[in-house]
Write a protein of this length. Structure first.
Ligand code: MCN
Length: 792
C-alpha cells in the first residue's frame, strides 16, 4: 500500500468507495462502505434498552448523596409498600444470598475490599449504589427510590490524589491502604537517570495535571437480565467484551460461567467504560433470579456520570535533562493517579502502564518513573480511550516544548534531533518497552510540511502571526501507541451453499468490525464480500473471547479470523483434491475455483467451485479420510505489542480579549501499518482527535471538597460540540508491523493521545508561555493572558 493523498472529514464518502474496475482486486486496503451503517443510520439497529421481553420489570438505584459517609441506617419499608414495587434490596439481602456481591479486583498490593454491588456500612464516593428497588415500570422505580430513607454520618473527604498521599491529615479510605495508596509502580533505572541528570547541561521541569474525564458515549450503560432455573441467566447488555462480562458476572454472582449467556446487541459507543463491570448489570441479574422476572436497568446520563468509570486524573512532576545541543539525556517523572473510591477490576493498575510510553519517539539514555495509584472519594477510574498512553505522551511532548524554549531551539528541530532512527527497530526503551517497528521522521516531516510549519514558525512577515489581532500558535506532538495484546478467538464457518459465517470474541461499538472482518475473510477465501456474514456479541456462538479495547481487534481479532479462514481453505483444498482425484498440492485456487495445477491438458470440468466443495463437505459422500464440515476456530495470541505512531500538528488563533481558542487547522499523520479500511481508519482518527480536543479545551470533571460531583450533567461537563472541532485533515505513512502476517497495528486511540499535547503546545506557543494546565477553557486562557499583562 502506498501513501495516499490527504483526506478530510468533509470529503464525500462516494469518493472513498472501492474502485470497481472489474478486476479481482483485494478488498483489504480499500475504503469499503461500512455495511453496518444502513441500520444504524435509519434507526433500525436494536440497542439493549430496545429489548423488552414480556413481563419485564425495572430496576433503579438509590445512590449515595455524600462523597464519604458512614451508613447509619437504610429504611426501604415505604418504598416496598408502594404500588407496583416488587422489591427493595440492600447489602443485607446480598449478604444473605449465595452471591459474593463484590466486583472482581486484580493486581493490587493492598488487601482492600473489592467494590460491593451495594454499599456495606460506608460509602466512598458520591453516587455509590446503596440500595435498589424493582418496580413494574421505570417511573415507579424512580419514585420508589425517593421513598428509601438513608441515614448518613458524613465524613471528611479527599478528592485530590496528591493530597490524599502526602497530607498526613487526609482522611484514609481503607485501613489496609496506608496513605490511601492502592499501589506504587516504578519503571526504569533510578541510578542511571540520576547520573544522566547530574551530567546534563540543562534541566527543565513541569508540574502538570492530566484532567479527569468522563466517557460520554451516546448510549448509557444498560442491562436486561432473564433467569430460569433450567437455563440460568441470559444477560443482554452494553459491553465491549461479552465473554469478559460473562466471566466477571460469574464472579460477582457466584455462579459458573456456563450458567450465564451474555448477548450484546448494537452498542452506542464505549470508549473503555463498557469494558468494565459495574453494579448495574450484576444487580439486574441478581434481582432477576430473586424475582424470576426479566429485570431491566438503564442508566440515566447523570448516573453514567456519577458512577461510570472515569478516566485520567493524574498529577505529575516531570523533568527532562539535555545537553547544550539538545540531545536528551534523561527523563524523570513522579505521578499521583486517582483510583477512585474503590479499585475497579484492574483499573488501579493503569498508572503502572503509564510509564511505558514515556520515551515516546525519542532515544533517551535513561528514564525513571514512579506512579502511585491513589484512593480518593471519587468515582472509580478505569481505562478511558488511551488509558495511560495519553497521560505519558502528554508529559514527554510538553517537556520537549518547554526544553526547546529553554534552549532557544525550534521544537521541531529538537524533536528531529532525538528521534529513534529507523534502523534501530526493534527498539527497547529504558522503561522496558520494545517497539516493533517505526520510521518516525517521514511522518513528522509530512506533518510539518502539511501544516506549513516553517512559515508559521519562522516567517515574521507571515500574515499568520496576528493580522486580525489574534495570537497565532503552531503546535506539534509526536506519539506512539501500544496496540494489541492478549489472545482473541475467531471462528470461520462455511455453510453448505458456500456462504461464510464469521464469529469473533471482540465487539464493535462503532469501529466497523462487520465491514473490516468481512474484507479480511473475503480476501483470505477469495470469495465476494457479500457472501461473508460477521457476528459478534453472543457468548453462545464462540467458546471464549477477550474483547474490544486497547486497539486490539484488527491486529488480534483480525489475525484470528484470517488464520481460521486459511485453515478452512486448506481443508477445502483437500476436498477439491479428492474431487479432482489429484494430490492437494497439485490443486490451484483462485477466485472461488479449485483447479488442477499447471496441467496443460486440463479440461473445463477439471475444476471445482468453492460452493461445490462446501456442498460436498456437508453431504453424504464425504471422501474417505476427510471429516465432514468446513469450519475452524483460532485462538490467536499476538507475540509482543505493535506500536502505532504519528505526528499531529495544529494552528490556533487566540482572542486576547476573550481567551477564545480557535483551532484553525488540525492535521493528523498516523502510521498504523497496513490499513484494512482507510476510510474507517480516518474515522477512528477523527473521533479520537475530537475527544483529545475535548480534553485539551473543555472537559474537566469537578468534585467539590466534600466529594460531591459538580459536573454531573452534559450542561455542566464540557463535552465538545461540533463547532469546537475543526475539519480534521489526515495523512499517513505505512510501516508494517513485523509481529503479524497482516502487517497491521491498531489505530483506535491515537487521536486521544496526540491531540492534547498538539493543542496545548500550540496555545502555549501563541501565548509565549511554558505551560497551562488543561482544559484550556476561554476563561483559563483569558486569565493567563491577564496575569501576563499584569506582570509586564
Ligand atoms: N483499522 C484498519 N487498519 C488498521 C487498524 C484499524 O482498517 N491497521 C480500522 C478497522 O476498520 C477497525 C478500526 O479501524 O475496525 C478500529 O480498529 P482497532 O484499532 O483495532 O481498534 P478496536 O476495533 O480494537 O477498537 C478499540 C478502540 C478503543 S480502545 C476505543 S476506547 C475506542 C475506539 O477503538 N472506542 C470507540 N474507537 C471507537 N470508535 C467509536 N465509534 N466508538 C468507541 O466507543
Amino acid at each position: 500500500m502506498s501513501d495516499t493523498e490527504s483526506t478530510h472529514s468533509s470529503q464525500r464518502i462516494d469518493d472513498l468507495e472501492r474502485a470497481d474496475d472489474g478486476d479481482s482486486e483485494a478488498y483489504t486496503g480499500t475504503s469499503e462502505k461500512r455495511r453496518e451503517d444502513a441500520v444504524l443510520l435509519t434507526g433500525r439497529a436494536e440497542y439493549t434498552d430496545d429489548h423488552e421481553p414480556e413481563g419485564t420489570v425495572h430496576l433503579a438505584f438509590v445512590r449515595s448523596e455524600h462523597g464519604h459517609a458512614d451508613l447509619e441506617g437504610i429504611d426501604t419499608s415505604a418504598a416496598d409498600a408502594m404500588d407496583g414495587v416488587l422489591g427493595a434490596y440492600t447489602w443485607d439481602d446480598i449478604a444473605a444470598s449465595s452471591s459474593p456481591g463484590r466486583l472482581p479486583l486484580s493486581g493490587l498490593e493492598r488487601d482492600v475490599p473489592a467494590h460491593p454491588v451495594l454499599a456495606t456500612d460506608r460509602v466512598r464516593y458520591h453516587g455509590q449504589p446503596i440500595a435498589v428497588v424493582v418496580a413494574e415500570d421505570r417511573y415507579r422505580a424512580r419514585d420508589a427510590v425517593e421513598a428509601v430513607e438513608v441515614k448518613y454520618d458524613p465524613l471528611e473527604a479527599v478528592v485530590d490524589p496528591r493530597t490524599a498521599v502526602i497530607d498526613s491529615d487526609a482522611p484514609q479510605l481503607f485501613e489496609d491502604a496506608p496513605d490511601n495508596l492502592a499501589m506504587s509502580a516504578e519503571l526504569g533505572d533510578a541510578e542511571a537517570t540520576d547520573e544522566a541528570f547530574a551530567n546534563a547541561d540543562h534541566i527543565v521541569d513541569v508540574d502538570l495535571e492530566n484532567n479527569r474525564l468522563i466517557p460520554s458515549a451516546l448510549e448509557p450503560r444498560a442491562a436486561i437480565a432473564e433467569y430460569n432455573a433450567e437455563e440460568g441467566f441470559t444477560v443482554t447488555m452494553t459491553s465491549q467484551s461479552p465473554h469478559g462480562h460473562r466471566r466477571k458476572l460469574a464472579h460477582t454472582l457466584g455462579v459458573r460461567e456456563g450458567e450465564i449467556r451474555v448477548i450484546v446487541p448494537h452498542v452506542g459507543g464505549g470508549f473503555g467504560h463498557k469494558g468494565h463491570h459495574h453494579p448495574g448489570e450484576a444487580m439486574a441479574a441478581w434481582c432477576a433470579r430473586e424475582l424470576e422476572r426479566p429485570v431491566k436497568w438503564t442508566a440515566t446520563r447523570s448516573e453514567n456520570y456519577l458512577e461510570g468509570a472515569h478516566g485520567r486524573d493524574h498529577r505529575t512532576t516531570a523533568e527532562l535533562a539535555l545537553d547544550d545541543d539538545g540531545t536528551i539525556r534523561g527523563l524523570r517523572t513522579e505521578a499521583y493517579a486517582c483510583a477512585g473510591g474503590y479499585a475497579l477490576g484492574g483499573g488501579a493498575r493503569v498508572p503502572g502502564w503509564y510509564g511505558k510510553l514515556l520515551s515516546s519517539q525519542y532515544a533517551i539514555d535513561a528514564i525513571h518513573c514512579t506512579a502511585h495509584s491513589v484512593f480518593t472519594n471519587t468515582a472509580p477510574i478505569h481505562s478511558y480511550r488511551g488509558a495511560g498512553r495519553p497521560e505519558s505522551i502528554y508529559v514527554t511532548e510538553r517537556l520537549l516544548d518547554i526544553a526547546a524554549s529553554e534552549l532557544e531551539m525550534d521544537p521541531a528541530e529538537l524533536r528531529r534531533k532525538n528521534l529513534i532512527s529507523s534502523e534501530s527497530f526493534p527498539y527497547e526503551t529504558p522503561v522496558g518497552t520494545t517497539y516493533d517497528s517505526g520510521n518516525y521522521e517521514p511522518a513528522m516531516e509530512k506533518a510539518l510540511e502539511g501544516i506549513d510549519y516553517e512559515s508559521h514558525r519562522n516567517d515574521s512577515d507571515s500574515p499568520t502571526k496576528s493580522d486580525d489581532g489574534r495570537l497565532r500558535g503552531v503546535g506539534i506532538a509526536n506519539y506512539v501507541e501500544s496496540t494489541g495484546g492478549g489472545f482473541e478467538s475467531g471462528l470461520v464457518r462455511v455453510l453448505p451453499d458456500g456462504d461464510v459465517e464469521v464469529y469473533a470474541g471482540t465487539h464493535s461499538h462503532g469501529q466497523g468490525h462487520e465491514t473490516t472482518y468481512a474484507q479480511l475473510v473475503a480476501d483470505a477465501l477469495e470469495v465476494p464480500m457479500d457472501r461473508i456474514h460477521v457476528s459478534e456479541g453472543d457468548t453462545a456462538s464462540i467458546p471464549t473471547g477477550t474483547g474490544t479495547f486497547g486497539s486490539r481487534s484488527t491486529i488480534v481479532g483480525g489475525n484470528a479470523i484470517v488464520e481460521s479462514a486459511e485453515k478452512v481453505l486448506r481443508k477445502a483444498r483437500a476436498f477439491a483434491a479428492a474431487e479432482l482425484e489429484v494430490d492437494p498440492d497439485r490443486v490451484d485456487y483462485a477466485d472461488g475455483t479449485f483447479s488442477v495445477a499447471s496441467d496443460p491438458d486440463a479440461t473445463a470440468d477439471e475444476s471445482v467451485s468453492f460452493e461445490t466443495v462446501a456442498e460436498t463437505a456437508y453431504g453424504w459422500g464425504v471422501p474417505d479420510g476427510l471429516e465432514p464440515g468446513l469450519e475452524a476456530t483460532t485462538f490467536y495470541e499476538l507475540e509482543g505489542t505493535a506500536y502505532t505512531f504519528g505526528t499531529h500538528a495544529c494552528i490556533v488563533a487566540v482572542d486576547p480579549d476573550t481567551g477564545d481558542v480557535e483551532i484553525e487547522r488540525y492535521l493528523a499523520v498516523d502510521d498504523c501499518g497496513e490499513r484494512v479500511n482507510p476510510m474507517i481508519v480516518d474515522g477512528q482518527v477523527h473521533g479520537g482527535v475530537a475527544q483529545g480536543i475535548g480534553q485539551a479545551r473543555t472537559e474537566q470533571v469537578v468534585y467539590d471538597d466534600d466529594g460531591t460531583l459538580v459536573t454531573n450533567t452534559m450542561d455542566s461537563y464540557g463535552v465538545p460540540r461540533a463547532a469546537d472541532i475543526p475539519t480534521i485533515e489526515t495523512d499517513e505513512t505505512v510501516t508494517p508491523s513485523p509481529l503479524n502476517e497482516l502487517g497491521v497495528k491498531g489505530i483506535g486511540e491515537g487521536g486521544t493521545i496526540a491531540a492534547p499535547p498538539a493543542v496545548v503546545n500550540a496555545v502555549c506557543d501563541a501565548l509565549e508561555v511554558d505551560h497551562i494546565d488543561m482544559p484550556l477553557t476561554d476563561e483559563r486562557v483569558w486569565q493567563r493572558l491577564s496575569d501576563l499583562e499584569r506582570d509586564e
